[in-house]
Design a protein around this ligand. Structure first.
Ligand code: ZN
Ligand code: FE
Length: 255
């Protein structure tokens, strides 16, 4: 299996998933159509499907362009059947999707939107705007409880899972992470590394789930440092995971 990252719009990433045995491919979240088509031609693959993580325009904006030129299956959660342009294959949690001989599993992870899904192929997780490197998506349509459940499912994946998210937000996310956990050395180290990468325009995605466990403030509701810090700055705050998560999310919205 080959994954080709395609930078789209200002800071979005689409992904071409290629089954090298069959030469067939799918694209995850085509924000725009033309660069995706060009990449597929360059790789000499047969584009067969669009895998949308959620309905937002910066993840589906290229669907129409691609569908005008190619005959494609379009996958997304059944909740979004009227919101994802051209949806042909409404999905539920646990469904399987195929790209040539590759098989992926659908994880229903609402919170950012009501119909958000992730696609897991082998150890590669395409998680849209739910989990970012060192961050998570805003709660546009869901509750903190839903998002916590969704992030908990992702957090439970093996540490060597590669996290392919929908945006290049890493640097800003790590700056925020430091305000939540100023003494986390892993965050300091990663921010240094990420600044060097961004200085020459290099992508910081994918990350691994193990790195996210150590550096992502939205997965660290169990961390002593996160708890101590929140208690110090916000005396009386509830230390239930959902309260910690909701509080950190609110702080990020204001960051
Ligand atoms: Zn979104
Ligand atoms: Fe987005």
């Amino acid at each position: 299996m080959k994954v080709i990252q395609i930078p789209l719009l200002r800071d979005n990433y689409g992904y071409l998933l290629v089954c090298e045995r069959s030469g067939e491919a799918a694209v995850v979240d085509p924000s725009e159509g033309e660069p995706v088509l060009r990449q597929a031609e360059k790789e000499k693959v047969k584009l067969k499907a669009i895998l949308n993580t959620h309905h937002h325009r910066d993840h589906t904006g290229g669907n129409a362009f691609l569908l005008e030129r190619l005959s494609l299956k379009v996958y997304g959660h059944s909740i979004d059947k009227d919101r994802i342009p051209g949806l042909t294959h409404p999905l539920e949690d646990g469904d399987e999707v195929e790209v040539g001989e590759l098989k992926g599993r659908v994880l229903f992870i609402p919170g950012h939107t009501r119909g958000h899904v992730a696609y897991l192929f082998e150890n590669k997780l395409f998680c849209g705007d739910t989990l970012f490197v060192a961050g998570c998506g805003r709660l546009f349509e869901g509750t903190a409880g839903q998002m916590l459940d969704s992030l908990s499912r992702l957090k439970a994946l093996p540490g060597d899972t590669l996290v392919y998210c929908g945006h290049e937000y890493t640097e800003k996310n790590l700056q925020f992470a430091l305000t939540v956990e100023p003494t986390n050395k892993k965050v300091v180290e990663k921010l240094t590394k990420v600044r060097a990468l961004r200085a020459n325009g290099t992508s910081t995605v994918p990350s691994t789930m193990a790195e996210e466990w150590e550096t992502n403030p939205f997965l660290r509701w169990d961390s002593r440092d996160v708890r101590d810090n929140l208690t110090k700055n916000y005396p009386g705050i509830s230390l239930e995971p959902v309260s910690i998560f909701a509080h950190v999310r609110k702080l990020k919205d204001q960051f």
